[in-house]
Design a binder for this molecule. Structure first.
Ligand code: COA
Length: 622
């Protein structure tokens, strides 16, 4: 594992990786070391210590667990004298010991985790290089611009940020588009959480691909749903012309970004843009629709058609600077509101603009809380390789919740769904977690519990590991059970869709068919949705396919056709395939899950501190 972590380049330590979330400085190495050693231990299969024969009492276990957690976690996460104002210390403690009878499954999961984590690290390394070394050289040496990740360092507070969907755009039908050509995420500026969208001009001049449009629209959706102000770093040649038909005319195509900018402004969500490169055509509208824009001298240009087009149309040569440079837009056209003589000055200017927004940063109070009693590194052995390797979900919860404490709801009813309350870094949450097939009873219980959370304004965490189903019932009684289950699932779907509270979904195993909707899949608009790298996302599990469905009565049993279809299904259901297409907000490592969830809960909370006066119109620029 040390080897694997060494594969992750420094630049990516500000990713949704383990290191970013813990925000490790070189000085934190001693804190990191025990965790790495444990992980190393886990990967090497030396896990004897945490397999249990269940004879130990929960109290002993709790004491041991507490000691162990204290020695492993960075000290700020562990409370010595906790203020249990809201974090009920009396919630029962989950028994998170992994029984020896689960050992072989645990080890099988671990082997799989090792492979997928390695692939994850390799892909992250690939995208951290943007359009590649030559393109970076051209960008930094010839065009004298900062690489997009350097820009973010200057823009954001010196704290960890949450990068969204870094693997979007890989292996698309039209080729690899690293990070979809633009970085998006949520970070703090002057203490306020902001969504950023930053073009990476090393990827085909920052031009917008269909997947890039999707990524920008998702960032805006997050900004609207969570009321986060937005910053755009624009360095883009506009539409990637060879794919114009997939980018231009439709509702969710490029124009929607500009439409959203107006709607967001009317919603009183401020937006600031920096013209930090060439902003041509579509790229030019983003800053001109923003509420305030900064342009950088000799680097930023803004026009609908560049010098080559002017030459073709009029025969006249005009330099980019004269056609749409910083001086022109600051002094003549008024398209830009602030002139910056360097990149550094521009990001300082944005930080100043943000401090004029009269936006309240989150209060600095940190609720003290306990860490879980069990090591989060062991989640790698609990992350199911496939559905057959699923272990009881409470083992996972005991590694995510504060003090491994959980106030379970309807513990003995509909046990294939676990519901209850707990805390994540001091935030009260409702938990809905698959623990087997989503039966009739489990769905009714889920529906009841989700409504409770909604009534009490408690954010809900969904841990999704849905069971793949055989396509058809084989008897009348089975058909009856199916239709009853369907009715109960429909009731839970309605409860989930209408619950007016923040929802965060983590796919910890399978995301199959209709149960994924019930468990707040992407189409049910959770505020955030993340996948573990072992996750499988598909309508059906390839192993359940016994024939190729055909029109008419008979299905084809052609062996080679079936094999081909299964292979395709298998490929298309990997977490990497999903994340490349932006069906989620990114892959997170199991051992980072608690940190990512806590960060999202904090981000979501920001809207509590905003005063939102009625306002029906956007800021219309001159
Ligand atoms: N569509 C498709 N590819 C484009 C593109 C576009 N709109 N704009 C640039 N590219 C490609 C270039 O062909 C080049 O590809 P390559 O690396 O395979 O050779 C790559 O992006 C980088 O372009 P390059 O011109 O070498 O980089 P640069 O940093 O010097 O300039 C731009 C970048 C965007 C300023 C410049 O390419 C440009 O002006 N492009 C035209 C923009 C335009 O007219 N857009 C209209 C959209 S409606």
């Amino acid at each position: 594992m040390l080897f694997l972590l060494s594969l992750i380049p420094r630049a990516m330590w500000n990713n949704i990786t383990f290191c970013s979330i813990c925000k490790l400085s070189p000085n934190s190495a001693p804190l990191l070391l025990p965790r790495l050693l444990t992980l190393n231990h886990v990967f090497k299969g030396k896990c004897k210590g945490f397999f249990s024969n269940s004879k130990q009492s929960t109290q002993t276990l709790q004491n041991e667990g507490q000691k162990r957690t204290c020695s492993m976690l960075p000290s700020r996460l562990v409370s010595s004298k906790a203020k249990y104002r809201r974090c009920a210390k009396t919630y029962p403690v989950l028994d998170g010991r992994v029984l020896s009878l689960y050992r072989h499954v645990f080890e099988e999961n671990l082997r799989n985790s090792e492979a997928v984590v390695k692939r994850y690290s390799e892909l992250l390394e690939l995208v951290s290089k943007g359009g590649g070394e030559n393109a970076i050289l051209r960008h930094t040496q010839r065009n004298k611009k900062l690489f997009v990740r350097e820009r973010l360092k200057l823009l954001l507070d010196d704290e960890s940020f949450l990068e969204l969907s870094p693997l979007a755009g890989l292996n698309m039908p039209y080729g690899d588009v690293p990070a979809a050509g633009c970085l998006t995420g949520i970070g703090k500026i002057c203490g306020v959480w902001c969504v950023f969208t930053a073009n990476d001009a090393t990827v085909k001049g920052g031009t917008i691909y269909p997947i890039g449009v999707k990524k920008q629209l998702r960032a805006q959706e997050i900004a609207m749903q969570n009321r986060l102000l937005s910053v755009y770093l624009v360095d883009s040649g506009g539409a990637f012309l060879p794919l114009q038909s997939e980018l231009f005319p439709d509702r969710s195509h490029g124009g929607r970004v500009f439409y959203n900018e107006a709607i967001m402004s009317a919603m009183k969500i401020p937006q600031v843009a920096v013209v930090c490169g060439s902003c041509v055509a579509g790229g030019a509208y983003v800053p001109t629709m923003a509420e305030e824009a900064v342009i950088i001298d000799k680097i930023g240009t803004l026009f609908l058609a560049g010098p080559p087009l002017v030459k073709a149309a009029t025969g006249e040569y005009v330099s980019p600077e004269d056609l749409g440079g910083a001086k022109l837009h600051s002094k003549v056209s008024g398209c830009s509101d602030h002139f910056a003589s360097s990149e550094k000055e521009a990001y300082e200017c944005v930080r100043n603009v943000i401090s004029t927004l009269n936006y309240e940063p989150l209060p600095d109070e940190v609720t003290e809380h306990d860490g879980p009693l069990y090591s989060s590194d062991e989640l790698l052995g609990l992350a199911p390789r496939d559905y057959r390797c699923t272990l009881p979900v409470k083992l996972i919860l005991s590694r995510l919740l504060d003090g491994s404490r959980f106030q379970e709801f309807k513990a003995d009813y509909g046990t294939t769904l676990v519901t209850g309350f707990g805390h994540v870094e001091g935030h009260l949450v409702g938990v809905v977690a698959n623990n087997g097939e989503l039966t009739h009873d489990a769905s009714l219980k889920g529906s009841h519990f989700v409504q409770l959370c909604s009534h009490r304004s408690i954010p809900i965490l969904f841990f999704q590991n849905t069971a793949p189903h055989a396509a058809e019932p084989t008897s009348i009684s089975q058909a009856e059970a199916h239709s009853n289950r369907l009715k109960a699932q429909a009731s839970m779907m309605a409860a989930v869709a209408c619950a007016a509270v923040p929802k965060i979904t983590v796919v910890i195993g399978g995301c199959y068919g209709s149960e994924s909707y019930v468990m707040c899949g992407r189409s049910f608009s959770p505020n955030f949705l993340f996948l573990w790298p072992n996750a499988r996302v598909a309508l059906v599990d390839s192993r359940h396919l016994t024939a190729v469905p055909q029109a008419g009565d008979s299905d084809s049993t052609d062996e080679s056709e079936l094999k081909h279809l299964k292979q395709r299904l298998e490929e298309e259901s990997s977490a990497f395939y999903s994340s490349a297409r932006l069906w989620d907000d990114g892959i997170i490592l199991p051992q980072n899950t608690r940190k990512v969830i806590a960060q999202c809960l904090q981000i979501i909370q920001q809207q509590k501190y905003q005063v939102i006066p009625p306002c029906q119109h956007p800021v219309i620029r001159m």
